[in-house]
Ligand binder design. Sequence first.
Ligand SMILES: NC(=O)c1ccc[n+]([C@@H]2O[C@H](COP(=O)([O-])OP(=O)(O)OC[C@H]3O[C@@H](n4cnc5c(N)ncnc54)[C@H](OP(=O)(O)O)[C@@H]3O)[C@@H](O)[C@H]2O)c1
Length: 269
Amino acid sequence: MKILITGANGQLGQEVSRLIPDASRPGRNEMDMADPGAVGRTLDEIQPDLIFNCAAMTDVDGCEKDRNSAYMINSVSPSVIAQYCIKTGARVVHFSTDYVFDGTRGMYTEEDAPDPVNYYGLSKILGDFAVIPLSNSLIIRTSGVFGEKMNFPLFVYTSLRDGKEINAIESSYSPVNAANLARASVEVERKGLSGILNIAGDRISRYEMALGIARFFGMDESLVRKGNKIPGGIARRPFDSSLDISRATKLLDWDFHSLESNISRLDVH
Ligand SMILES: NC(=O)c1ccc[n+]([C@@H]2O[C@H](COP(=O)([O-])OP(=O)(O)OC[C@H]3O[C@@H](n4cnc5c(N)ncnc54)[C@H](OP(=O)(O)O)[C@@H]3O)[C@@H](O)[C@H]2O)c1
C-alpha cells in the first residue's frame, strides 16, 4: 500500500513519518499546498492509497493577515485531496482543530457545531467540510499540538529553566504531544475508523499547564504568574477550546492524553 504524508516536516508530520518511514513525503517544492493544481498533479503521479494530510497553515495570526494562502492551504487543497480520493478510492486521514469552535463552552464533542472566531478556524472547517462526505475518510480533531518547534510548553520550560517569570492565562485547551497524537492517529487509522474523532490531551488551562511543567521538571512554580489577558495577537482566540476525548479514550488502551504522558515527551534537548 502506498502512503503519502503531507507536511512531513511539521510537528505532527515528523512523528507520523517516524511511524511510517517508507511513506512518500513530498515537500513544498513538489506539492505546494498553496497551489491546488500542483497538489492534484502530485497525487496523480504518486497514486497513494492512503494520505495523512498533516500540512496546514497553522500560524493563526498569519492566516488572519494572508487569508488567500490560508484558504488555499487549509480549505482548497484538502478538497483536491478529497476529489482524488473520490476518483481513486484512496483514503485520507485529515487533521482538524479545536479552533473551529468559538470557545465559549469547552469540551466540544465530535458532533458539536463549529463556529470559528478567526480565519484560521474558518479555513480549517472549510477543509473539514470537503473531507466529511467521504465515507472512508477520518478527520482527527486535535488541540495545542506540541512537538519540535517553539510552542507554549517549550516556551514555559525554557523560560523557567532560565529563571524568567512568565504570565499564563486561564484559557483552556487540550494540549497533546505530537508523538502521542501521531501514534494514536496511526492506530485509529489501522482500526479502519471513519468520520470525526477528537484526539487530544486532557482539558487544562494554560496557567495550570505552566504550573504542571514547573512541577514535572522540578522548577520554581513561583515564576508562573496568572495572566489576565490574552497576549496581543491579530486574530481572536477561543477562550475554552478543550475537546471531549471520551470516544478516543475508549478506543485506545494506552495513555495518550494525561498531562504527565504528554509533558514527559517534551523535547527539551
Ligand atoms: N499546532 C497546533 O497547536 C494545532 C492545534 C490544533 C490542530 N492542529 C492541526 O494539526 C495539524 C498538524 O499541525 P502541526 O502543529 O504539525 O503544524 P506545523 O508544525 O505548523 O506543520 C505544518 C506543516 O505544513 C506544511 N505546510 C505549510 N504550508 C505549506 C504549503 N504551502 N505547502 C506544503 N506544505 C505546507 C509545513 O511545511 P514547512 O515545514 O515547509 O513549513 C509543515 O510541514 C494541522 O492540520 C493543524 O491545523 C495543530
